[in-house]
Design a protein around this ligand. Structure first.
Ligand code: SF4
Ligand code: SF4
Length: 360
């Protein structure tokens, strides 16, 4: 039998450290599944790209998400039970929705997922986290509810719910030494989540260093700048041109935009394929990625208190600069005087003295 020829370029291919990986995704926190729905809109990479291995050198991924799975009922739950028994070598746990305080639920439960075959009782979401987190290579909190509590953890809620790091501890580390990775957003921006997942896959493959996270456990490259820094209305702010009603193209700070003090890349990135967003397309930023969301940002449609000071201070500067720019702009809107169809050349062309052209 002839030996099979192996292309020379094959030597660029490296076997990942973790060859196969399961993603166990629990949507049974106090949530709306909006983050799961959101990531189906991702393209950098898409879920299909990750599952079909479009990026070479990464682990083969099996996704177990109840909204997207083929399996249903017990068949779907099988892998979760196997992982809890320690029978799944490599998995990452993704939690979506806030984690209720079951110490407050009395005889019942706030949230559960599947049934315990021995007791016949529902298995609470908290119990799943207790069973699975210690065995996972990593834990990702998807969306603001899972990261920081979010809307369900508002003042006055009956469940006393919280984020995954509040539940497991902010210093918690996985058996692979990874901290909890928080990808906030309500919902999470599709590519933000998939990019973070891709980073972790690269890390688990041995092809990337420890994921860089900030103090709130957010990926730094996605959340280290403010909405305002990436908002294409910031020039209106600088020139003190503020909207007083919705539908205006000006800066929205006076009608409730919290962009200057919120960390999020949505206006810079767009929502899907660069299209959409929040203040960039006319919707006030309500700070949905922030640990203080929503209580510290409500009522949403009022001017943020700090904005009054900055918008007042910027007003004289903005007025002056706007008028100076208008002057310069009007000169730039006129063509130079030597562009004409008269019979004489007035361009300053002199073959003997080319340097005479500048300055004009
Ligand atoms: S709309 Fe919001 S984010 Fe955009 S420039 Fe104004 S304050 Fe900043
Ligand atoms: S821009 Fe503001 S409202 Fe929009 S996703 Fe980011 S934090 Fe949320």
């Amino acid at each position: 039998m002839m030996p099979v020829a192996v292309p020379y370029g094959r030597k660029t291919q490296k076997t990942p450290k973790v060859e196969e990986l399961h993603i166990l995704w629990i949507t049974a926190g106090l949530g709306c599944d909006g983050d799961t729905v959101s990531i189906t809109a991702a393209s950098q990479p898409s879920i299909e790209d990750v599952l079909l291995g479009a990026v070479p050198g990464l682990p083969k991924v099996h996704l177990h998400n109840p909204v997207l799975a083929y399996e249903v009922g017990d068949e779907f739950l099988k892998i979760f039970h196997q992982a809890a028994r320690g029978e799944v070598d490599n998995f990452v746990l993704v939690v979506e929705g806030s984690v209720p305080n079951e110490k407050l639920s009395g005889d019942g439960y706030w949230a559960a997922f599947g049934t315990d075959h021995k007791t016949g009782q529902p298995i609470t979401t908290n119990e799943w986290i207790d069973r699975l987190a210690p065995k996972a290579l990593g834990v990702i909190a998807a969306g603001t509810c899972a990261t920081y509590g979010g809307i369900h953890a508002m003042k006055g809620n009956p469940t006393g719910c919280m984020g995954v790091a509040d539940y497991l501890g902010w210093e918690w580390k996985s058996k692979a030494g990874l901290p909890i990775v928080n990808v906030p957003g309500c919902p999470v921006q599709p590519d933000n989540f998939m990019e973070t997942l891709l980073y972790l896959l690269r890390q688990l493959a041995g092809a990337a260093p420890m994921i860089p996270l900030d103090d709130a456990l957010r990926p730094k490259w996605l959340f280290d700048m403010t909405v305002h820094q990436g908002c294409d209305r910031a020039a209106y702010y600088e020139q003190a041109q503020f909207a007083h009603e919705y539908g205006s193209r000006k800066c929205l700070v006076k009608i409730g935009c919290w962009g200057p003090v919120v960390q999020c890349n949505v206006p810079k990135r767009g929502w899907i394929g660069g299209v959409g967003g929040c203040p960039n397309v006319g919707g006030i930023c309500i700070g949905c990625t922030m640990p203080g969301f929503p209580d510290k940002l409500m009522p949403f449609m009022d001017e943020p208190p700090g904005a009054r000071i900055s918008s007042t201070l910027v007003a004289p500067y903005g007025y002056l600069i706007r008028n100076l720019r208008r002057l310069t702009n009007s000169t730039l809107n006129k063509e130079p005087r030597w562009r004409h169809n008269r019979p004489e050349r007035t361009t300053g062309y002199d073959p003997g003295k080319p340097e005479a052209l500048y300055p004009l």
